[in-house]
Design a protein around this ligand. Structure first.
Ligand SMILES: Cc1ncc(COP(=O)(O)O)c(C=O)c1O
Length: 432
């Protein structure tokens, strides 16, 4: 029998330090100093560190065009614009995503429409998309949630059938594979975040990838200023807007780009380490009553931006998920519940964005759309038993003892689930 769980007064399982993510290495510091010594504070053209980072992304993904911008949100704005999303258009996405995934849709005065997910991965379910297609639907925005790719072949098929563009949100999934192909080159255009906890952090930043010349020009037009537009745009239809652009200034800072260039070099290695540790935790979870490993489709490679496990209270002596997570936290293992889905947030419940009801009351919008009575059975199922283990950045560490301690924490709770449930139900003091 394992030691007494920490929540019942035993020692914490986790004694080693949790990994720090991102790790600020000497190589990163040297690159930033070298960039500062370069004498430039901004790259207004497609040049220098921005160009190097774009080249590295193009090469890594085997994609023709890359555009660096200053956040994942900016990348989504530009990708949606590139996809031709206009006021009143509808964009189908899944509500199991961080809140800022939907604001880029609203920025374009377009309307988010939600479809249910695959309950195993939390990614949009291909067979749920068609139910929501209307004559206003312009695009599908797919989040490869937590690092597991969505099932892209049927998604692309349904999109082709209805003339919709597919935007991949790769904020969680840089390096993930679907049928041997990298996330980011599976749809028409993709948006990455390089923010501090992402798979390849460079402070703040984003990248857009596409193989389509017109989408590249449109995304550049939204995201960049005249110097770069005059340098990069070739299509007459868009060159006429070079003096102003058609949007914002989303330029990436060259120090972020310089960090990104360094991070690319060790990216695969970092992801392999995270995957190795996640695999160990998965193997252990499979041997314990009530716990299930992360679902990974046979033709996919997960990057474990977040590691989702499942806990079945019935098999764990009736210990509910919240009790299980409280016990895990007491052992020193960071963990959290999944969600809530974004349609429950105030912005959509109140339909409040620009003011005056826009975009929902925009004259181009078709019909009434409310978010107050939506139900998503698969999201409910996933959230009832799913949880995320690990802190931001996951377990990118070669400390095998630490992973052993995380596994020991799971063993302790599984072995004492009955006592933990009773202590919580009976008001026996428990540490949380
Ligand atoms: C799925 C998803 N999309 C988009 C974003 C936005 O990225 P950024 O924070 O770089 O704007 C995030 C950020 O966490 C995200 O998790």
């Amino acid at each position: 029998m394992s030691e007494t769980p920490a929540i019942l007064g035993g020692p914490k399982a986790v004694q080693h330090d949790l990994p720090v993510w991102p790790a600020v290495t000497e190589e990163i510091i040297d690159a930033v100093v070298a960039a500062l010594r370069g004498g430039k504070m901004s790259e207004t053209r497609d040049e220098g560190y921005n160009a190097q980072l774009e080249e590295a992304f193009r090469e890594y993904h085997g994609c023709e065009y890359a555009i660096a911008v200053n956040s994942g949100t900016a990348a989504l704005d530009a990708a949606l614009f590139a996809a031709g999303v206009e006021p009143g258009d509808e964009v189908i996405t899944a509500p199991l995503c961080p809140g800022y995934v939907i604001t880029p849709i609203l920025h374009l005065n377009a309307i988010p429409v939600f479809a249910d997910v695959d309950p195993r991965t939390g990614c949009i379910a291909p067979d749920e998309i068609e139910k929501h297609v209307t004559k206003s639907t312009k695009a599908v925005m797919v989040v490869h949630l937590a690092g597991h790719p969505a099932d892209m072949d049927p998604i692309m098929a349904v999109a082709a059938q209805h003339g919709m563009k597919v935007i991949e949100d790769c904020a969680h999934s840089q390096g993930s594979l679907y049928k041997g192909r990298k996330a980011g080159v599976l749809g028409h255009i993709s948006a990455f975040s390089l923010q501090s906890v992402k798979n390849m952090p460079c402070g703040e930043g984003g990248i857009i990838l596409t193989g389509d010349r017109e989408m590249y020009e449109r995304a550049t037009l939204l995201a960049h200023h005249p110097a770069r537009l005059k340098q990069c745009l070739e299509m007459e239809e868009y060159r006429r807007y070079c003096d102003t652009g058609l949007g914002w200034n989303y330029r990436m800072h060259l120090l972020s780009a310089a960090i990104g260039v360094v991070q690319m070099k060790s990216f695969d290695e970092a992801m392999a380490l995270r995957r190795k540790n996640a695999d160990r935790i998965n193997e252990a979870a499979e041997t314990l009553p009530g716990l299930r490993a992360t679902y990974v489709a046979p033709d996919c490679v997960h990057t474990y931006y977040q590691q989702m496990l499942t806990c079945d209270a019935a098999e764990l002596a009736g210990l509910p998920l919240d009790g299980f997570l409280a016990a895990l936290r007491a052992e020193g293992v960071p963990c959290s519940r999944i969600g809530p889905p974004v349609h429950e947030f105030g912005i959509l419940q109140d339909r409040r964005f620009y003011g005056k009801g826009c975009p929902w009351t925009c004259p181009h919008a078709q019909g009434e759309r409310s978010y107050t009575d939506l139900t998503f059975p698969n999201i409910d199922r996933l959230r009832a038993s799913g949880f995320v283990i690990g802190s931001a950045g996951g377990f990118v560490t070669d400390d095998t003892c630490l992973i052993g301690e995380v596994i020991e924490a799971l063993h302790k709770i599984a072995a004492h689930a009955d006592a933990i449930r009773e202590a919580r139900a009976g008001g026996t003091p428990v540490s949380t």
